[in-house]
Design a protein around this ligand. Structure first.
Ligand SMILES: Nc1ncnc2c1ncn2[C@@H]1O[C@H](COP(=O)(O)OP(=O)(O)OP(=O)(O)O)[C@@H](O)[C@H]1O
Length: 317
């Protein structure tokens, strides 16, 4: 049973699945979150969750906006396509080209790492990939639809349905609890409140934070906040996850947990994962690495996991 199936159908009961078995292994990483307020372990919480069910829905990685943009299952078509993309920032009289003629096609099911040193244009590119910004020149297409043709409300719909963001700059809302932060994207999608709460509860379970639902972000560690951000990014079950330095500021152990979790979403759920980072260590998770420098693609390397050799690219650091 996939995460998609679980999230798509939160109504009848089901015994634990293989997916849950694997999540249990992940969850057991965190000693601190083993027991909830009632003394239940996370494993018990997962097994006893009454809302996990097989349902009749098949996993559904598609989404459609009012403008007809649809993520299809056609893996031959790029999911996201950048064609001669320029981003020029205007500072008074001075122009600065942060991206200079980027051409890139991203396919469904990729685990893409965009790697480059500070100032190379990674975040600028991420903002374009996430439909948070439009290019100064060139086109960004999502499933063959030019995003420049969409107005702000249409872009917001696309973002909400298709893209889960794990951005450091996308802070959790400080006055909302952990649970409320995870509920937020579902409220924007007009989810039934009761079902939304069930999903939020499930998602907080799988990131090992079932006992922190009422905490404010300020009452969480950096790694816990990042895990809330992951739960929030999965709330509407988007086909694409965009992560900007997802392990920045985290210790190695917590960073590995976050990456393993994303790796699992990629492997088991077929999510398209796109990460921008300066951290060469992350390339071991990638199916493809895009090396960027001074706003240009230096090279693109296709790789099987673990085949991208970090020593080859030490100079990027
Ligand atoms: N709003 C802006 N106005 C002017 N210049 C900008 C603006 N945003 C970014 N830049 C410049 O564009 C270039 C690329 O910035 P960007 O944030 O995309 O780099 P980055 O690779 O993400 O860097 P880092 O890893 O340090 O976050 C930098 O030289 C930066 O100074």
């Amino acid at each position: 049973m996939t995460l998609s199936e679980i999230l798509d159908s939160f109504k009848t009961k089901l015994s634990p699945s293989k997916f849950i078995d694997s999540l249990e292994k992940k969850a057991s990483f965190y000693d601190e979150s083993q027991n909830d307020s009632e003394g239940n372990t996370l494993e018990e919480n997962l097994k006893n969750n009454p809302y996990l069910n097989s349902g009749n829905n098949s996993g559904n990685n598609s989404a459609e906006s009012s403008n007809g943009i649809k993520i299809s299952k056609n893996k031959d078509e790029p999911l996201i396509k950048l064609t001669d993309v320029w981003k020029i920032y205007q500072m008074g009289e001075v122009e600065f080209a942060a991206l200079k003629g980027i051409n890139l096609e991203i396919y469904e099911g990729e685990f893409l790492i965009i790697l480059g040193p500070s100032g190379s244009g990674k975040s600028t590119m991420m903002n374009l990939l996430g439909c948070l910004d439009i290019p100064s020149k060139g086109t960004v297409s999502l499933n063959s639809k030019d995003i420049s043709e969409l107005d702000e409300s249409e872009l917001a719909i696309i973002r909400g349905k298709m893209i889960g963001f794990i951005f450091q700059s996308f802070n959790l809302l400080p006055t909302l609890s952990t649970e409320e932060n995870v509920l937020l994207p579902m409220e924007f999608q007009e989810e039934n409140r009761q079902i939304a709460r069930q999903k939020a509860s499930y998602l907080l379970d799988i990131v090992g934070l079932s006992n922190k639902k009422g905490n404010l972000p300020s009452q969480l560690s950096g790694g816990q906040r990042q895990r809330v951000a992951i739960a929030r990014s999965l709330a509407v079950n988007p086909p694409i996850i965009l992560a900007d330095e997802p392990t920045g500021n985290l210790d190695t152990k917590t960073g590995d947990y976050i990456l393993d979790f994303l790796d699992e979403l990629h492997a088991r759920e077929g999510k398209t994962i796109i990460i921008v980072t300066h951290d060469i260590e992350l390339v071991r998770y990638a199916t493809r690495v895009v090396y960027i420098r001074d706003g240009e693609i230096e090279k693109i390397e296709k790789c099987q996991k673990n085949e991208c050799q970090k020593n080859e690219h030490e100079e990027l650091k």
